[in-house]
Write a protein of this length. Structure first.
Length: 604
């Protein structure tokens, strides 16, 4: 589900926090002319005005208000404003602390509307922190109070946010119910921007449950409203969604039309995330039409505006190694130049002594001997240091090469070192393994971050050893997902058997590991065989990546698998049906693919 968090971003109880420039200027002018309680109110208004456009300035204004405030209501407002700003800066710990402090003051004062607002925003912070149980708890508390006081706009926003969390948890029926109830209220009170947001999210739900006709109906309504509101960002966002939907409906002309419209607007407003998503949809469109060269071009464009943890870490390590290599090389060169300069100075001294040899014969001989000996000693030392420098450089080069081989296949790495580039290639017979960890989001919120990283490192290292032993190639990990292939970039006639054997060994490894570890981990595995395009993406930050319908289908196999089971497609089954035992499954309707036959590996 592409860009879900962006699509489902929690809508705050104020429908519009972006103040016009002249309003902010007016507040700043008034600030100079007032003092006391009025000054605190204006500082709080400025803090609220900067929530979205400059959260750091919002915090500054809020802190200034706290220094001057004496009224408890305005103190709670200042704490609330700072909490919202920290949330927008993704500093969720500070955001939560400020909102809890504001809630404490508001509860003591008995201001129900303000209490509900604080509960709402605490729910938003927990949502962004992926603590969905806590988020729902606070949103339901806010909803209860808002119903008691009859605050209809707040009721709609609470219903909407509860729908958002259910959507993120893939509870589509519940999410749709809450979205529709929120939409009904928003239509009754005439909140146009919020109505358009609800229409969009309902469209996303229908898309996810493969009801493309209803999805398109809601998307088009949302698009019309955002165009009337002249909201360029959301117009581009909805146009992207409609383009993706027409792609799923295989109406490629309309898909192209809406994607081009979205791209034009996104470029005008500089919305990089929308541009990245649009390039991905363009890539999928050209792949569906069989033009893999175009698909690769758009995929590479998308990669240029998208940084992943994998590429950042790998590129940082390569850059660090290269920097060490270059820095030490220059330092050694400078040291050698200094030695040569010292030798030159001694040579000048020797010549001076020769010119003045008449001042002392024996003294001249002694000094000359000293100079010659010292020059010999310095040259010998410089030569030894030069040899040491060459040795260090050689070691650092070996480290860089080793690191390069850790992130790129051998043949691709050799091409880059020898030619400075490598060409993308299409491979006809490739088997793709895709897995993810069951319940990872929930566990990651419960476990200590260091323990979690150590666990993932241990598990994925074991996966790497297993797939390497079976002549497969790890492509990448993204969070808890693991992707590997066999049959590229080096062809392998046993590609399907190797991947299935690797999957069986990985499941067995996890079963044994779970007997003696604190955390219990289970995975779902999906495998599919077909045509794959692979190549190096980027110029400064290299990453070897794969794409094509085969990758998407392998992902579908994984999402339709079950914990600790290996789900394979019919294409893979026909290649290995005589080598392993299988359990045939009922035909399954797969998102974007229709009916598909699948098989579980029977590995005891």
């Amino acid at each position: 589900m592409k860009n879900l968090i962006k699509l489902l971003i929690c809508i705050c109880f104020f429908s519009n926090t972006l103040w016009a420039d002249n309003t902010i200027k007016s507040l700043k002018t008034k600030l100079q002319a007032v003092s006391g309680k009025e000054k605190v109110k204006i500082l709080n208004a400025l803090a609220e005005a900067h929530w979205e456009i400059s959260p750091k300035k919002s915090i500054i204004y809020g802190e200034q208000a706290l220094k001057l405030v004496k009224d408890k209501k305005e103190k709670a407002n200042a704490l609330h404003n700072i909490g919202v700003a920290y949330k927008n800066l993704s500093n969720y710990d500070n955001a939560l602390q400020y909102h809890l402090n504001a809630l404490k003051i508001r509860e003591a004062a008995g201001d129900k509307k303000a209490i509900a607002d604080s509960l709402h925003y605490i729910g938003v912070v927990y949502d962004y922190s992926n603590n969905f149980d806590k988020a729902l708890e606070y949103h339901f508390s806010a909803l209860k109070i808002r119903k008691e006081i009859g605050y209809r706009k707040g009721i709609a926003n609470s219903l909407h946010n509860i729908g958002v969390i259910n959507h993120r948890l893939n509870h589509y029926t519940k999410a749709l119910k809450y979205y529709l109830n929120a939409l009904k209220i928003r239509e009754e009170i005439g909140d146009k921007k919020a109505i358009a947001g609800s229409l969009n999210n309902i469209g996303v739900i229908y898309k996810n449950i493969i009801n493309y006709v209803r999805s398109l109906e809601y998307y088009l309504k949302a698009l019309k409203m955002f165009e009337e509101l002249d909201d360029k960002y959301e117009t581009a966002n909805i146009s992207n969604n409609i383009g993706e939907l027409y792609l799923k409906l295989k109406d490629y002309d309309k898909a192209f039309s809406y994607l081009e419209k979205a791209l034009k607007i996104a470029r005008e407003i500089g919305a990089k995330e929308l541009i990245r998503e649009n390039y991905e949809f363009h890539s999928d469109l050209w792949a569906a039409k069989g033009n893999y060269q175009k698909a690769l071009e758009y995929y590479m464009l998308s990669s240029k505006v998208k940084d992943t943890i994998f590429t950042e870490e790998s590129s940082a390590k390569i850059a660090e190694m290269q920097t060490i290599y270059e820095t030490e090389k220059k330092e050694k060169e400078i040291e050698l130049l200094k030695k040569d300069n010292a030798i030159s100075q001694l040579e000048l001294a020797r010549q001076k002594l020769l010119r003045n040899s008449f001042l002392g014969g024996f003294g001249f001989v002694l000094i000359l001997a000293f100079v010659v000996y010292n020059r010999y000693r310095l040259k010998k030392k410089a030569h030894a240091e030069l040899e040491a420098a060459h040795h260090i450089i050689k070691l650092e080069k070996e480290k860089s090469d080793k690191l390069l081989l850790n992130i790129l296949p051998l043949r691709v790495a050799n091409d880059l070192k020898e030619k400075g580039k490598t060409e993308p290639e299409s491979y006809e017979n490739v088997t793709v393994y895709f897995s993810d960890i069951v319940g990872f989001t929930k566990k990651s919120a419960e476990l200590d971050p260091k323990f979690l990283i150590d666990e993932l490192n241990d598990i994925f290292t074991a996966f790497d050893n297993i797939i390497e032993k079976n002549h497969c190639e790890r492509i990448k990990t993204i969070g808890d997902a693991y992707l590997c292939v066999c049959g590229m970039p080096e062809e392998n006639s046993n590609h399907a058997k190797n991947v299935v054997r690797s999957a069986i060994e990985i499941i067995e490894y996890l079963k044994k590991r779970n007997h003696h570890t604190k955390a219990q981990w289970e995975i779902r595995v999906g495998i599919h065989t077909g045509k794959v395009v692979g190549g190096v993406v980027g110029v400064k930050k290299y990453i070897y990546d794969v794409f094509g319908d085969t990758i998407n289908t392998a992902s579908r196999m994984e999402s339709n698998s079950e914990p600790m089971k290996i789900n394979i497609s019919e294409a893979t089954y026909h290649l290995v049906k005589h080598k392993f035992k299988f359990v045939e499954r009922e035909t399954i309707v797969v998102k974007g693919k229709g009916d598909m036959k699948m098989y579980f590996i029977d590995n005891g």
